[in-house]
Write a protein that binds this ligand. Sequence first.
Ligand code: F0G
Length: 466
Amino acid sequence: MPFKTIIEPFKIKSVEPIYMSTEKERGAFLKKAFYNPFQLRSEQVIIDFLTDSGTSAMSARQWAGIMMGDESYAGSESWHKMEKAIQELTGFKNVLPTHQGRAAERILYSHLGGKGKVFFSNTHFDTTRANIEFSGAEAIDIPIPESKDPELIHPFKGNMDTTLLEVLIKKYDPKNVGAVILTVTNNSGGGQPVSMANTKMISSICKKYGVTFIIDCCRIAENSYFVQHRESGYENTSYRDIAHEMFSLADGAVMSAKKDALVNMGGFFAVKDSGLAEACRSLLIITEGFSTYGGLSGRDMEAIAIGLEEVFDPDYLKYRIRSTEYLGEKLHKMGVPIMLPVGGHAVYINSRALYPHIPLDEYPGQALVCELYLKGGIRCAEVGSVMFGKYDEKHKLIPAPMDLVRLAIPRRVYTQSHIEYVIEVFEKILKDRSKIKGYSITYEPEFLRHFTAHFEPLKSKTPVQK
Ligand code: F0G
């Protein structure tokens, strides 16, 4: 019988010390940061769950690769390694390197987009949407209806609504469709997976209407894990072969290598059509760098080539998905309201359900983010009315559809005892839930206010519920 405990399938060679602050110190740090954890210094944080992007620990092999990086301006050996790794994984011949995911999006979607064009996706990530809209085109999210219910269990809650896709392609006219973008896993909602069956259906609709089909593949290995374990017919297919099959259904892929390529910086896009690649290459050279490095150093490309191989290791993926699920399962059992089922890279907390006594215009998500920091030095992001809220003409808040808090888990960084600590902090959060008060905003910029806004804890305005 296999052992119950899934251990981290790695040993630690190099460590970064964590400063173990006291609650009193954290109170002062948070006040100085205007109650916005984005304004904290990283050394003031014990567990950093702000993002899983660019926060991975590299392997000894990747660090060795860093020393092998070929920094030649043109035709670097490291470029050839990265290009080959991507070609072999995706099957796409034309690879264009960029410094991170959004640079690849800007180049590809400004070419495919523009005024009058429309894009459909299971959910456009913020930067994807922003790049599409910046080009003058429209971005429409069409996830399956099940994805909107935070508690509903569905094996592939990241799927796209394919019936609606076909209706919309016809409605907008296929010639106006910039591309259909499938984000795997779907970041919003915590990395919900997409099935192969859904991908096949999207592919056949796109082929039928002659529409370009792109996969945003920054968490493709995590998605492959879910396909192997949840979709019948894939039990005996390797994670890498599952990814390869998914790519074979599309015309191209965009990747932020900061996720499943296990590196701290990097990105690329790869396409089947040489004409499309050629058309994008000039913009790549003007804005990112020559086509054999994009915005990357040789050493970054070397590390990406190795990371893309390591991420498909079955022991790694089992540990990765199970450790996220373990945290979610424990929180759920304890009574913390979370988005279900748990996805690949993050656990989302429903702060409205946790703090029902905090009015939405007093930001329950911000209250939880601050509480997690104060009680346990845990830093995470509010994904709710601070991030997406708008004001009406009387400056009254129009809240976001949900007030979530994202615990995004860096890859290969924290051990099970870190996770046990986080679970313990949540026990305290639950115990004190009725005492917690909301926050008011004392300063906010016009755009992307969550990064730099200032907050103040409210004192007696909110009635305390017992
Ligand atoms: N696509 C998806 C699905 C993403 O999650 C991200 C980044 C990007 C594209 C953009 O990539 O950051 O390299 O420019 N997500 C990060 C996050 C920022 O925290 O979820 P990038």
